[in-house]
Design a protein around this ligand. Structure first.
Ligand code: ADP
Length: 170
Protein backbone atom coordinates (compact mmCIF):
# COMPACT_ATOMS: atom_id res chain seq x y z
CA UNK A 1 0.00 0.00 0.00
CA UNK A 2 1.28 3.40 -0.95
CA UNK A 3 0.25 6.31 1.23
CA UNK A 4 1.91 9.54 2.29
CA UNK A 5 2.75 9.94 5.94
CA UNK A 6 1.40 12.86 7.89
CA UNK A 7 1.40 14.03 11.49
CA UNK A 8 -1.95 15.34 12.70
CA UNK A 9 -0.99 17.15 15.87
CA UNK A 10 -3.98 17.96 18.11
CA UNK A 11 -3.17 20.55 20.76
CA UNK A 12 -5.49 22.19 23.27
CA UNK A 13 -6.61 22.37 26.87
CA UNK A 14 -7.52 19.33 28.93
CA UNK A 15 -11.14 18.50 28.14
CA UNK A 16 -11.13 20.44 24.87
CA UNK A 17 -11.88 17.25 22.94
CA UNK A 18 -8.52 16.09 21.58
CA UNK A 19 -8.87 12.42 22.51
CA UNK A 20 -12.51 12.25 21.43
CA UNK A 21 -11.77 13.72 18.02
CA UNK A 22 -8.54 11.73 17.65
CA UNK A 23 -10.28 8.40 18.30
CA UNK A 24 -13.10 9.11 15.89
CA UNK A 25 -10.62 10.25 13.27
CA UNK A 26 -8.54 7.12 13.84
CA UNK A 27 -11.58 4.85 13.39
CA UNK A 28 -12.69 6.68 10.28
CA UNK A 29 -9.27 6.47 8.61
CA UNK A 30 -8.82 2.79 9.55
CA UNK A 31 -12.19 1.97 8.05
CA UNK A 32 -11.00 3.60 4.84
CA UNK A 33 -8.00 1.23 4.89
CA UNK A 34 -5.29 3.66 5.92
CA UNK A 35 -2.37 2.74 8.14
CA UNK A 36 -2.91 4.96 11.18
CA UNK A 37 -1.40 5.24 14.63
CA UNK A 38 -2.66 7.28 17.58
CA UNK A 39 -0.25 8.68 20.14
CA UNK A 40 -2.38 9.84 23.05
CA UNK A 41 -1.00 11.97 25.85
CA UNK A 42 -2.34 9.84 28.68
CA UNK A 43 -0.94 6.59 27.24
CA UNK A 44 2.38 8.26 26.46
CA UNK A 45 2.75 9.35 30.06
CA UNK A 46 1.95 5.84 31.26
CA UNK A 47 4.48 4.17 29.00
CA UNK A 48 7.03 6.40 27.30
CA UNK A 49 7.32 9.31 29.74
CA UNK A 50 6.55 7.75 33.13
CA UNK A 51 9.36 9.59 34.87
CA UNK A 52 8.33 13.04 33.66
CA UNK A 53 6.30 15.64 35.54
CA UNK A 54 4.62 18.82 34.39
CA UNK A 55 7.28 21.52 34.60
CA UNK A 56 8.01 23.35 31.38
CA UNK A 57 11.24 21.36 31.00
CA UNK A 58 9.46 18.02 31.43
CA UNK A 59 6.59 18.98 29.13
CA UNK A 60 9.06 20.05 26.45
CA UNK A 61 10.93 16.73 26.74
CA UNK A 62 7.63 14.88 26.48
CA UNK A 63 6.53 16.79 23.40
CA UNK A 64 9.91 16.28 21.69
CA UNK A 65 9.78 12.56 22.44
CA UNK A 66 6.33 12.22 20.95
CA UNK A 67 7.43 14.29 17.97
CA UNK A 68 10.38 11.96 17.44
CA UNK A 69 8.19 8.85 17.47
CA UNK A 70 5.57 10.52 15.27
CA UNK A 71 8.28 11.36 12.77
CA UNK A 72 9.58 7.78 12.67
CA UNK A 73 6.10 6.49 11.96
CA UNK A 74 5.05 9.13 9.46
CA UNK A 75 8.22 8.86 7.39
CA UNK A 76 7.26 5.20 6.90
CA UNK A 77 3.92 6.28 5.51
CA UNK A 78 1.69 6.17 8.57
CA UNK A 79 -0.96 8.71 9.34
CA UNK A 80 0.01 9.65 12.88
CA UNK A 81 -2.55 11.31 15.10
CA UNK A 82 -1.12 12.96 18.19
CA UNK A 83 -3.40 14.01 21.02
CA UNK A 84 -1.37 16.01 23.50
CA UNK A 85 -1.95 19.27 25.38
CA UNK A 86 1.51 20.44 24.18
CA UNK A 87 1.05 23.89 25.71
CA UNK A 88 4.23 25.61 24.54
CA UNK A 89 4.34 27.28 21.16
CA UNK A 90 8.08 27.15 20.69
CA UNK A 91 8.42 23.38 20.89
CA UNK A 92 5.39 22.86 18.64
CA UNK A 93 6.95 25.20 16.07
CA UNK A 94 10.25 23.35 16.45
CA UNK A 95 8.48 20.13 15.44
CA UNK A 96 6.82 21.85 12.53
CA UNK A 97 10.30 22.70 11.23
CA UNK A 98 11.97 19.36 11.98
CA UNK A 99 9.27 17.05 10.61
CA UNK A 100 7.57 16.63 7.26
CA UNK A 101 3.84 17.06 6.75
CA UNK A 102 3.16 18.47 10.20
CA UNK A 103 -0.46 19.59 10.52
CA UNK A 104 -1.22 21.58 13.63
CA UNK A 105 -4.83 21.23 14.75
CA UNK A 106 -5.98 23.54 17.50
CA UNK A 107 -8.77 21.87 19.45
CA UNK A 108 -10.23 25.05 20.82
CA UNK A 109 -12.79 25.33 23.60
CA UNK A 110 -13.03 28.09 26.22
CA UNK A 111 -11.60 27.03 29.54
CA UNK A 112 -15.02 27.56 31.14
CA UNK A 113 -16.43 24.89 28.82
CA UNK A 114 -13.55 22.49 29.51
CA UNK A 115 -13.94 23.03 33.22
CA UNK A 116 -17.69 22.47 33.08
CA UNK A 117 -17.10 19.20 31.19
CA UNK A 118 -14.37 18.19 33.67
CA UNK A 119 -14.23 14.73 32.07
CA UNK A 120 -11.65 13.35 34.47
CA UNK A 121 -12.36 15.53 37.51
CA UNK A 122 -8.97 17.18 37.10
CA UNK A 123 -10.17 20.80 37.03
CA UNK A 124 -11.84 20.34 40.43
CA UNK A 125 -8.60 18.93 41.79
CA UNK A 126 -6.59 21.77 40.27
CA UNK A 127 -8.97 24.36 41.74
CA UNK A 128 -8.68 22.97 45.25
CA UNK A 129 -4.92 22.62 44.99
CA UNK A 130 -4.70 18.83 44.83
CA UNK A 131 -2.99 19.12 41.43
CA UNK A 132 -0.34 21.71 40.70
CA UNK A 133 0.88 22.98 37.32
CA UNK A 134 -2.48 22.30 35.67
CA UNK A 135 -2.70 23.80 32.20
CA UNK A 136 -5.07 26.75 32.06
CA UNK A 137 -5.33 27.04 35.85
CA UNK A 138 -1.84 27.59 37.23
CA UNK A 139 0.22 26.71 34.18
CA UNK A 140 0.19 28.38 30.75
CA UNK A 141 -1.39 27.35 27.48
CA UNK A 142 0.03 29.19 24.51
CA UNK A 143 -2.51 29.16 21.69
CA UNK A 144 -1.29 28.32 18.19
CA UNK A 145 -0.98 31.51 16.13
CA UNK A 146 -1.31 29.91 12.69
CA UNK A 147 -2.72 26.42 13.05
CA UNK A 148 -3.63 24.65 9.80
CA UNK A 149 -7.00 23.73 11.30
CA UNK A 150 -9.01 24.93 14.29
CA UNK A 151 -11.84 22.84 15.74
CA UNK A 152 -14.21 24.91 17.86
CA UNK A 153 -15.61 22.13 20.00
CA UNK A 154 -17.97 24.32 21.99
CA UNK A 155 -19.75 25.20 18.72
CA UNK A 156 -19.15 22.26 16.39
CA UNK A 157 -20.19 18.65 16.81
CA UNK A 158 -17.50 15.99 17.07
CA UNK A 159 -18.35 14.81 13.55
CA UNK A 160 -18.11 18.34 12.15
CA UNK A 161 -14.61 18.62 13.58
CA UNK A 162 -13.62 15.23 12.19
CA UNK A 163 -14.96 16.06 8.72
CA UNK A 164 -13.14 19.38 8.80
CA UNK A 165 -9.85 17.56 9.44
CA UNK A 166 -10.54 14.89 6.81
CA UNK A 167 -11.33 17.55 4.21
CA UNK A 168 -8.21 19.54 5.05
CA UNK A 169 -5.89 16.58 4.60
CA UNK A 170 -7.60 15.55 1.39
P1 ADP B 1 -8.98 16.06 25.85
O1 ADP B 1 -8.44 14.84 25.17
O2 ADP B 1 -8.77 17.32 25.04
O3 ADP B 1 -8.55 16.22 27.27
P2 ADP B 1 -11.46 14.59 25.86
O4 ADP B 1 -11.64 14.18 24.43
O5 ADP B 1 -10.89 13.59 26.80
O6 ADP B 1 -10.57 15.93 25.88
O7 ADP B 1 -12.82 15.12 26.46
C1 ADP B 1 -13.66 16.00 25.76
C2 ADP B 1 -15.09 15.83 26.25
O8 ADP B 1 -15.91 16.79 25.61
C3 ADP B 1 -15.66 14.46 25.93
O9 ADP B 1 -16.44 14.03 27.02
C4 ADP B 1 -16.53 14.74 24.70
O10 ADP B 1 -17.60 13.84 24.57
C5 ADP B 1 -17.02 16.16 25.00
N1 ADP B 1 -17.43 16.92 23.83
C6 ADP B 1 -18.58 17.59 23.69
N2 ADP B 1 -18.68 18.19 22.50
C7 ADP B 1 -17.55 17.90 21.84
C8 ADP B 1 -17.06 18.23 20.54
N3 ADP B 1 -17.77 18.99 19.69
N4 ADP B 1 -15.83 17.76 20.18
C9 ADP B 1 -15.12 17.00 21.04
N5 ADP B 1 -15.52 16.65 22.28
C10 ADP B 1 -16.74 17.09 22.69
Amino acid sequence: MKQNGVILWLTGLSGAGKTTIAQRLENNLREQGYLVELLDGDAIRQHLSVELGFTKEDRDINVRRVGYVANLLSRNGAIVIVSLISPYRQVRDELRCSTKNFVEIYVNAPIEVCEARDVKGLYAKARNGQIKLFTGIDDPYEEPLNPEITCYTAKETIDESVVKILNAIG
